[in-house]
Design a protein around this ligand. Structure first.
Ligand code: 13P
Length: 260
């Protein structure tokens, strides 16, 4: 899908839709809700658990929706028990892969070096990585947020072919604002803009204005249809990465149409 001039809504289902029944229920409600919804020029990218990707691609209208995975490995095939490769995702119709989500760093000890290897392989396969960067609660308390984001960008993008940088989508994910971490507040418009400007400046310095202006920067952390102005429209982000709110089809569609 060509993303130019579009705002993105990336639905990260995480390890939800936890049974065949729940997945069928979500799919049938989404298909009904989508038929009734107003047309949008924005892009909805659904990243279900990989085990359901094939079924999502087959059942959902791909004129308005694209698909992706929540993770992948840094090789295309071989003896890597339990892993899935970019080529597998691509062969099922996926175009995007979320990489470096804070939950994978926290629970699976993913490092920036691993995310760098995954990013290279994803780009080699012709898919677009959606790379998460952002500070956790402790780093925020210590006022280290911007420094952490810069370190992550430097390590994760190291050695990436300049000609492929514009295929990358960057997500500012303040870990303390993720719904599962029970945030007591959301970032302010200024905080989101601060992170966005830092990322833009990094991209301009490393790759020049022409490449930098083509990289989409989105926001992730407790986004929903009520706060979409604060987290996306007013700080002029290119879209949102949505976790919990993706589980309610009507809410997800409301977020997409709010960006019209
Ligand atoms: P929530 O929307 O559930 O906070 O999840 C978002 C997220 O994980 C951002 O990366």
């Amino acid at each position: 899908m060509n993303l130019e001039n579009k705002k993105l809504v990336v639905a990260n289902f995480k390890m939800n839709l936890a049974s065949k029944t729940e997945k069928d229920y979500w799919l049938s409600n989404f298909i009904k809700a989508e038929k009734k919804s107003e047309a949008t020029k924005n892009a909805l990218i659904l990243c279900p658990p990989a085990i359901f990707l094939d079924e999502f691609v087959k059942n959902i209208n791909s004129k308005t929706t694209s698909f992706g995975a929540q993770n992948c490995f840094w090789e295309d095939k071989g003896s890597f028990t339990g892993e899935i490769s970019p080529e597998m995702i691509k062969s099922l119709g996926g175009e995007f892969v979320i990489l470096g989500h804070s939950e994978r760093k926290r629970f699976l000890k993913e490092t920036n070096e691993m995310i760098n290897s995954k990013t290279k392989r994803v780009l080699k396969s012709g898919l677009s990585p959606i790379i998460c960067v952002g500070e956790n609660a402790e780093e925020k308390r210590n006022d280290q947020g911007l420094e952490i984001i810069l370190n992550q960008l430097n390590s994760i993008l190291e050695g990436i072919n300049r000609g492929l940088i514009n295929k990358i989508i960057l997500c500012y994910e303040p870990v303390w604002a993720i719904s599962a971490n029970k945030p007591d507040h959301l970032p302010t418009i200024n905080e989101i803009m601060g992170a966005k400007l830092l990322i833009k400046k990094f991209l301009v310095e490393e790759y020049g204005v022409n490449i930098a202006k083509r990289v989409k920067i989105i926001y992730g952390g407790s986004a929903d249809s009520k706060n979409i102005n604060q987290v996306c429209l007013e700080p002029e982000m290119d879209g949102v990465l949505v976790g919990k709110a993706s589980l309610i089809p009507n809410e997800l569609i409301k977020i997409v149409t709010s960006l019209n």
